[in-house]
Design a protein around this ligand. Structure first.
Ligand SMILES: Cc1cc2nc3c(=O)[nH]c(=O)nc-3n(C[C@H](O)[C@H](O)[C@H](O)COP(=O)(O)OP(=O)(O)OC[C@H]3O[C@@H](n4cnc5c(N)ncnc54)[C@H](O)[C@@H]3O)c2cc1C
Length: 103
């Protein structure tokens, strides 16, 4: 079986510590929500600030909602656009490599 999988492989991605997984379809349920590195790629070079933003938005959410499920849902809705934007910027780290002038 492993040999068949290898034989059927058409493209190889170089393994990397910062490999970004495909977006997940379910990011929260009534008791749990993804945040921090569990929710967005570390490759963007914004991991700590994104985790802190997540924490602040999550901490405020129960005060604006009537239940925990509603608070988690509101948190996810509030963060999803920014998280999606950061996912697209996941190559940001490369853009910080000094060019000829910077060097
Ligand atoms: C080498 C390196 C350099 C980095 N440099 C930068 C940088 O310069 N700037 C930047 O912004 N970001 C940087 N990051 C990324 C940044 O560290 C992360 O994005 C950030 O720490 C994410 O915070 P978090 O709270 O989501 O996760 P974490 O900080 O990983 O916290 C998760 C916590 O959960 C705990 N845990 C895991 N499983 C369980 C369990 N089953 N039960 C209980 N606890 C559990 C872990 O022990 C950990 O303490 C770097 C990361 C690495 C690895």
């Amino acid at each position: 079986m492993p040999a068949a999988v290898l034989a059927a492989t058409v493209e190889l991605h170089r393994p990397s510590l910062t490999h970004t997984l495909d977006p997940v379809a379910v990011r929260h349920n009534d008791r749990i929500v993804l945040l921090g590195d569990a929710d967005h790629p570390v490759r963007a070079g914004q991991g700590v600030s994104m985790a802190l933003e997540d924490a602040l938005v999550l901490a405020r959410s129960p005060g604006t909602q009537t239940s925990v499920p509603a608070a988690l849902s509101a948190y996810d809705a509030a963060r999803s656009e920014r998280v999606a934007r950061m996912a697209k910027a996941a190559g940001n780290r490369d853009s910080r490599t000094a060019g000829p002038l910077g060097r």
